[in-house]
Write a protein that binds this ligand. Structure first.
Ligand code: NAD
Length: 383
């Protein structure tokens, strides 16, 4: 079984991660797998060809050979059309595929008869925890968001008692307390800020409090949690009610970190233009939902903009800005899935297994995932 690691070429999102790191390659080679690594695949994450070779991998200089002769190809970012065209029928691709946002890529994979697994579709269950790349990468993003905010804030985060007077700690308000939000809370607390957090799912209250932050509660008259524990899109009445409550907390914050997402939908607008106008000049907003439409009025993906004296930062692909640890964690996730799929040198495709069934996007010329099919129908209807 030949496993190949492609060099990431998603220049538009500045992809610096790599799908497997040398330590994990060494473990897979010990298990009898043949590993090919495209020359320079680890360069942007500081893993050299030499390190991969020392781990037992073969370095391949020609991308077309690597893509064309792999049994299973491992990647981070969504593959490009020309890359998919180089793959053999019946070969396997494991990568982030953004199948709900880019269902046409899934269609192309199906047309090429590739068996493709989307890392974003790993179920959020305890059994699949070590494969959960959404969580590992969201943790990186949450951490980095706070560092970006701290660097942009014209104030200290911690309280300081000095001969030059006492400095009050910064106030941080985290909106959306999922994996990224919880890591943002923990990081802001470690830097000494006073932290408040809000989430539409009341169940996160205890987790927020256990990290030493205050939970901002909004009582709504509807269910806010959908299947799988994800947030639901709520009614206009609930959105209005939420905005009334959170407005005061946004106003008092030095830093607002927004992380709210609803799977398959545009990100909810949480911070309105009016709220920004109420904030103190010099305050900072980091909008982690920038790529999904933004949680904040005025967010521009990949840019810093200033509105009413408030800096709004809309970073894209933050995990890639810490490529060593982001790649290490992703490599653990993807290699665990790989080992789950390959038993005794053979690919085991038991679609009744919840991990395999829900993660497989295309197989034998078909799109297998119902939500991806629906997303594709919508794209076609819009043309
Ligand atoms: P996400 O990235 O989809 O969304 C981030 C957060 O935004 C979520 O907490 C969500 O509730 C919140 N949000 C959505 N709309 C909002 C709004 N209008 N206002 C405020 N907040 C809003 O979330 P995620 O971090 O991927 O986590 C999603 C779910 O998966 C959670 O239930 C989490 O506990 C669960 N999870 C389970 C496991 C596991 O069991 N292994 C691992 C990770 C996550």
């Amino acid at each position: 079984m030949r496993i190949a690691i492609a060099k990431e070429i998603e220049v538009e999102v500045g992809e610096h991660r790599v799908a497997l790191i040398p330590d994990i390659v060494a473990r897979l080679v010990k298990q009898g797998l043949e590993i090919w690594v495209e020359s320079g695949a680890g360069e942007a994450s500081f893993f050299s060809n030499d390190a991969y070779e020392a781990a037992g991998a073969k370095i391949i200089h020609d991308a077309a050979t690597l893509w064309g002769e792999a049994d299973i190809l491992l990647k981070v970012g969504v593959p490009k059309e020309h890359e998919i065209n180089q793959m053999r029928e019946g070969s396997v691709l494991i990568s982030f595929l953004n199948p709900l946002g880019l269902p046409e890529v899934a269609q192309h994979l199906a047309n090429r008869k590739i068996t493709a697994f989307g890392m974003e579709l790993i179920p959020r269950t305890s059994r699949a925890q070590s494969m959960d790349a959404l969580s590992s990468q969201a943790g990186v993003a949450g951490y980095k968001a706070v560092l970006i905010a701290a660097a942009a804030l014209p104030k200290f985060f911690p309280m300081l008692t000095t001969a030059a007077g006492t400095i009050k700690p910064a106030k941080v308000f985290v909106m959306g307390a999922g994996v990224a939000g919880l890591q943002a809370i923990a990081t802001a607390r470690r830097l000494g800020a006073i932290v408040e957090a809000f989430d539409i799912r009341p169940a996160v209250k205890e987790e927020v409090q256990s990290l030493g932050a205050k939970f901002v509660e909004v009582k709504l008259d509807e269910e806010t949690v959908a299947a799988g524990g994800y947030a639901k899109e709520v009614s206009e009445v609930s959105k209005q009610r939420t905005q009334e409550v959170v407005a005061e907390h946004v106003k008092n914050a030095d830093v607002v970190i927004t992380t709210a997402q609803v799977p398959g939908r545009k990100a909810p607008l949480l911070v309105t233009e009016e709220m920004i106008a109420q904030m103190n000049p010099g305050s900072v907003i980091v909008d982690l939902a920038a790529e999904q439409g933004g949680n904040c009025a005025g967010t521009e993906p990949g840019k810093d903009v200033v509105r009413h004296g408030v800096t709004i930062i809309g970073p894209i692909n933050l995990p890639s800005s810490m490529p060593i640890h982001a790649s290490q964690m992703y490599a653990k996730n993807i290699s665990t899935l790989l080992q789950y799929l390959v038993k005794d040198g053979e690919l085991q495709l038991n679609f009744d297994d919840d991990i395999i069934g829900s993660t497989c996007v295309t197989h034998a010329g078909e799109i297998r995932n119902q939500r991806v099919k629906e997303a594709l129908d919508q794209v076609r209807a819009a043309v």
